[in-house]
Design a protein around this ligand. Structure first.
Ligand code: EPZ
Length: 423
């Protein structure tokens, strides 16, 4: 298994190009199942999760051609004839559940393995299931698979989500686009990835209004056509690299980054002493003074502080001036990076969903273990400002969501290298 070795070596200066958003791309790809005509995504990130979604769609009969070294994905659902999403693929990545809505809309039936829990929490699918049942689907769990049928076809309905689930909103957007009649989604998720999916579906001929607000109206159409759509910039990758100069110092330009996608995150950066300037090409980020100030963080749905940036923010708080309290409200078990940061000298106490971090002057390099995607990158960030060498093990998590992290940070002067594993 590959490792990443980082030696903290002072300020970072340079430019980092922001990739297309993993989580937008993972929701956009299953939309290929909704049309007989090709869907082409440009600005796709080159990540292992995208390759997993490619394998899943291929197993469902979608033809996928990757061009420009994977940056352009052309998908044709023309001969997609399989409606069974196999456990062996689904277990690798929870976002596989995003084929449930499109398969039901296309075939009137779907068999999708229940993904199971993952390191950050139980992550059930009840919100997806209840909402699809309201569209007329009959769904039962047998042998670990969700067996869904829509005998009379999907029909528009009023759906009031009990929680603004990102994945459930995406599944419903796709399913309702081909349902008969009008669907009203209340308490819908408002994340930029939802807006990106809705924009793409609208290009394909869907009638959707209100994406980006908590109330979305979808008027079902008979068929969707092909389209070409650029994947929106990755706001989580952006936020992650914004925090690199917060820890190591220096000035970094994030090319293609969009401030309007960051919500409450930028307010927290400002509060802790990080200056963000918008340019014609992206964002320039640097510390206003020396060490940043401690701030408190509560993770919330968009536009609140994103759970996907909580681990990285904790890494910053480890060497901030003062004590900060980070409260994780989206996932029940998303502090696995804390004990690893403690191995580097951080002072962190975790009680349930609340972590209290008392800033220290310096962290020290150590061998650490990546436990999930965002935890992995938080350890790399921490290592950039630490004294000595940090070896991050199990970096396959990182490759799921960060494209060429060692090249991007290396181009800004970081001393970072990947050591290839034997397997
Ligand atoms: C998406 O996951 C993202 N994944 C996650 O990114 C992100 O952390 C999360 O949204 C929250 O922003 C993708 O977009 C592929 P949810 P998703 O449904 O859709 C509970 C990353 O690091 N819930 O909004 O699965 C659930 O257990 C990741 O890139 C139910 O109880 O998130 C969780 O506590 C990880 N029942 C909360 O809601 C359901 O039916 C939020 O989940 C669905 C969700």
């Amino acid at each position: 298994m590959d490792k990443i070795v980082v030696r903290g070596n002072g300020p970072l200066n340079g430019r980092i190009e922001i990739s297309g958003a993993k989580n937008a791309c993972l929701a956009l790809m299953p939309a290929a199942l909704l049309s007989e005509e090709p869907l082409t995504l440009t600005n796709a990130p080159r990540l292992s999760d995208i390759r997993t979604m490619t394998t899943l769609l291929q197993s469902l009969g979608v033809e996928v051609a990757a061009m420009q070294a994977g940056k352009v994905l052309s998908m044709s659902g023309h001969s997609a004839d399989n409606h069974v999403a196999d456990y062996d693929i689904v277990r690798k990545m929870r976002a596989s559940n995003l084929v449930l809505g499109p398969l039901l809309a296309r075939h009137g039936q779907a068999v999708v393995s229940l993904p199971g829990g993952c390191a950050i929490g139980a992550r059930p699918m009840d919100i997806h299931i209840t909402a699809l049942e309201q569209l007329g689907a009959e769904i039962e769990l047998r042998d670990g698979y969700l067996h869904a049928t829509a005998p009379g076809g999907l029909k528009g309905a009023v759906i009031d989500f009990r929680f603004a689930s990102v994945g459930a909103t995406e599944n419903l957007l796709m399913a309702a686009s081909l349902a008969k009649g009008t669907t009203l989604l209340k308490n819908a998720a408002r994340e930029p990835e939802i807006v990106d999916l809705a924009d793409c579906l609208i290009k394909m001929g869907a009638r959707i209004e209100g994406a980006g607000t908590d109330t979305i109206t979808i008027e079902g159409v008979d068929r969707l056509r092909g389209a070409t759509h650029p994947v929106v910039a990755d706001r989580i990758e952006t936020g992650t690299y914004m925090l690199a100069p917060a820890i190591a110092g220096g000035e970094v330009e994030l090319v293609g980054a969009r401030l309007d996608l960051l919500g409450a995150f930028t307010e927290k950066l400002d509060a802790c002493g990080i200056e963000v300037t918008q340019t014609n090409t992206g964002l320039v980020v640097k510390r206003r003074n020396g060490r940043v100030d401690a701030v408190n963080v509560v993770t919330e749905v968009f536009p609140g502080f994103p759970t996907d940036l909580q681990a990285q923010m904790m890494a910053v708080m480890c060497t901030a001036k003062g004590t900060s309290v980070l409260e994780e409200r989206i996932f029940e078990n998303r502090f696995m990076h804390a004990p690893e940061l403690v191995r580097m000298g951080a002072q962190i106490e975790v009680h349930g969903g609340v972590a209290t971090v008392t800033g220290v002057d310096k962290l020290r390099g150590a061998p650490v273990m990546a436990t999930d995607l965002r935890a992995s990158v938080s350890l790399i960030l921490a290592a950039l400002g630490a004294e000595g060498e940090t070896v991050v093990n199990r970096v396959y998590h990182l490759d799921r969501g960060y494209e060429r992290v060692e090249e991007k940070l290396g181009a800004c002067g970081a001393d970072i290298e990947r050591i290839q594993g034997d397997d």
